[in-house]
Design a protein around this ligand. Sequence first.
Ligand code: SF4
Ligand code: MG
Length: 326
Amino acid sequence: TSPLLQVKHLRVEFPTRHGTLLALDDVSFEIQAGEILGVVGESGAGKSLTGAAIIGLLEPPGRIAGGEILLEGERIDRLPHEAMRRIRGRRIGAIFQDPLTSLNPLYTVGRQLIETIQTHLPMNHAQARQRAIQLLRDTGIPAAEARIDHYPHQFSGGMRQRVVIALALAAEPQLIVADEPTTALDVSIQAQIISLLKRLCKEKGAAVMLITHDMGVIAETCDRVAVMYAGRMVEIGPVHDVIHQPAHPYTVGLMGSIPSIEDDRERLSQIEGSMPRLNAIPPGCAFHPRCPQAFERCRRERPELADTGRTRAACWLHVEPQRRVA
Ligand code: SF4
Ligand code: MG
């Protein structure tokens, strides 16, 4: 059977007055039904863009300029607006950093849940309301029968994100794209929300693409993890292997970084320098100016993702292991 989601050689461009910026270049990966794939990297690496491309919400002038996105073997990257809107919600749910972007402040959460349910599932109003209450219960909202008639502003940030999770799961999608779902929340409730998301998705059999810069979240939550750098995927593999035996020097640095919990600037303390801007991506391996292991070939030729035994990594060291310095 084909994977739930396949992203093949995805290329996203932003035309600007000064030329075209290549924001995602040759990004390829798969998500299997029911699995949780973490996508990690610094701010600007292309994590959110990858998620936005999948759910069909790339902000103009950004556009898919190449590659394919397939859901259960069917192309979804060139669908008309309306068809994509039906897929979003029914087959792919989305959770964003700020719960307020997903909720309409003018409507009760019940109305929003019921509308979503009725848009996608054959239920009358009473059935949809019952389902909405059950969804709020599932997400741990106390007194769901009463809270369903409250407005978003009557919920705390953490409770609002629970409502958004309920909304994302309302039509039993096969895939949830969650982009930094806890970054805007108090540190004290971040872990609760992540474990809720993980538990509900596992229970309901939904796969998750979890975009985050928090390695702690990745370690606790994900089955596999993909590492992005400068609009490219540099390593992907089982979470245990990527964390404990990373093959790419960038991942090595990433795993060595211990972000303070108050610091959400997505900084990587172990790696000197910063990620290049999209208009100045170095030739060859985009990481070479920061890489402690770089050699001549890295500056000239771009490495592709290749098997390293445990993970797949885009690094010449796996082609020329003799170059490795201790
Ligand atoms: Fe470093 Fe070269 Fe590997 Fe890039 S290809 S990560 S520069 S060793
Ligand atoms: Mg982002």
